[in-house]
Design a protein around this ligand. Structure first.
Ligand SMILES: Nc1ncnc2c1ncn2[C@@H]1O[C@H](COP(=O)(O)OP(=O)(O)O)[C@@H](O)[C@H]1O
Ligand SMILES: [Mg+2]
Length: 62
């Protein structure tokens, strides 16, 4: 992904597919956020991407 693509990932209706909805990543980002998690994205354009997802041991809501 380009830096621009990484930046827009998770925004509603952002899709690079011809018939994409751009909703899948938005839902994923919202679930991670609701659990106070964080995401690190490392990507090499045309090669692949690595998503690291972190969650706190104890959630504020528990
Ligand atoms: N597994 C994946 N592999 C490569 N790119 C992806 C993947 N998941 C999402 N993306 C990128 O993020 C964009 C948004 O994804 P998503 O929110 O799931 O919407 P959609 O799948 O409808 O395009 C995709 O259009 C694509 O560019
Ligand atoms: Mg998708």
């Amino acid at each position: 992904m380009t830096p621009e693509q990484i930046h827009r990932l998770g925004m509603p209706y952002y899709s690079t597919k011809e018939k994409g909805t751009g909703l899948g990543m938005m839902v994923v980002f919202n679930i991670i956020k609701s659990m106070n998690g964080k995401i690190d994205i490392k990507s090499e354009q045309g090669k692949g991407s690595c998503f690291s997802i972190y969650f706190p041991l104890k959630n504020e809501r528990n």
